[in-house]
Design a protein around this ligand. Structure first.
Ligand code: ADP
Ligand code: MG
Length: 321
């Protein structure tokens, strides 16, 4: 089992940002309203995620590092209507197998403290009763030097994690996120459900103030979000963030529709800052296409693209008048 954990780790744990992703998604799944992420050296030295979610009792905590420990799929049927973010049940085990991990967790009734090294349990004792979970992953890839060699610069690795936390914060404005790197705070959101506050935290108050809200509805879909005016543009597409039923996705045709709508008013090779939330019946959105690559297949796509195009052009027209 230990070996298969290490092999699985190669698939799940590509870089520090993949560890942060799995830990933060678990914290979200646990119903947290506050999630703090502390990195040292972009996470290569240490990654700590502290949440105030449900926590785990001792038994669940010990189970959580074994493979396929997921508590999140109850019926086969659920596979086709995935609501929670995690569903493989092997992330924690994989991460533990390639790092030194400390888990402090409490469901409010009992507290558990566990230390692992390369997936092996070193310490196991009662922990504090603060409800929630505090996981520290240090010396990532200490026992897989080949993987360590693939790490890019601190700036590149940090950039991946910043992009990730920005997306998670935009996707979960009701959760208060903090990201600190070597003691320096890089992001703080207030968790009050205010998307414009999250935009201000990410892109600056000045830009966020100038962004315009939009919403629209068709038979099967609802879209809403914020967009920058055509005079505030960026050189890359990375500032267009798209969610489908709360899940961040990359969708070429949706991006193209947004850009084309702008180009009706501003025919240049630049891109807007946009956050777009698409809501529709989960049966219309097949998350199983490629969950890891964040690709998604949408039924009734032409209807959705028309809705997005009309909504965005309408919003731009209304402020340009
Ligand atoms: P998955 O998320 O796919 O179920 P993971 O390996 O990521 O698998 O986590 C294993 C299990 O550990 C989860 O199903 C959950 O029960 C528990 N767990 C992990 N992190 C947390 C957390 N922050 N709060 C509460 N429970 C957690
Ligand atoms: Mg998980």
């Amino acid at each position: 089992e230990w070996l298969s954990n290490k092999i699985a780790a190669g698939e799940v744990v590509e870089r520090p940002a993949s560890v942060v992703k799995e830990l933060v998604e678990n914290a979200i799944d646990a119903g947290s309203t506050s999630i703090d992420v502390f990195l040292l050296e972009a996470g290569l030295t240490s990654i700590q995620v502290i949440d105030n979610g449900s926590g785990m009792d001792e038994e669940d905590a010990l189970k959580s590092f074994s493979r396929h420990a997921t508590s999140k799929i109850y019926q086969e049927h659920d596979l086709f209507r995935i609501r929670t973010l995690g569903f493989r049940g092997e992330a924690l085990a994989s991460i533990a197998s390639v790092s030194k991990m400390t888990v402090i967790t409490s469901d409010g009734e009992s507290g558990t403290y566990v230390e692992l090294e390369g997936g092996h349990m070193m310490t196991h004792k009662p922990g504090p009763l603060r409800k929630g979970t505090d996981i520290t992953v240090s010396q990532l890839f200490f026992n897989t030097p080949a993987r360590l060699k693939y790490m890019k610069t601190i700036q590149t690795e940090l950039g991946h994690t910043i992009d990730l936390i920005n997306r998670l914060a935009l996707g979960n404005p009701q959760i208060a996120f903090r990201l600190l790197h070597n003691g320096q705070q890089l992001l703080q959101t207030n968790g009050r459900g205010d998307v414009q506050q999250v935009l201000a935290a990410i892109y600056g108050v000045h830009n966020a103030k100038k962004m315009v809200s939009f919403q629209g509805e068709s038979h099967d879909y609802k879209v809403s979000g914020f967009l920058s005016l055509p005079e505030i543009t960026r050189a890359s597409k990375n500032y267009m963030t798209i969610f489908v039923n709360g899940r961040w996705v990359k969708h070429y045709l949706v991006q193209k529709t947004i850009v084309d709508s702008y180009h009706t008013y501003l025919p240049i090779e630049r891109f807007p800052i946009v956050v777009l939330y698409i809501e529709g019946d989960p049966y219309l959105t097949d998350v199983n296409v490629h969950p890891a690559k964040h690709q998604i297949r949408l039924s009734k796509e032409p209807e959705l693209l028309t809705l997005i195009g009309e909504t965005i052009r309408g919003a731009i027209r209304s402020v340009m008048r």
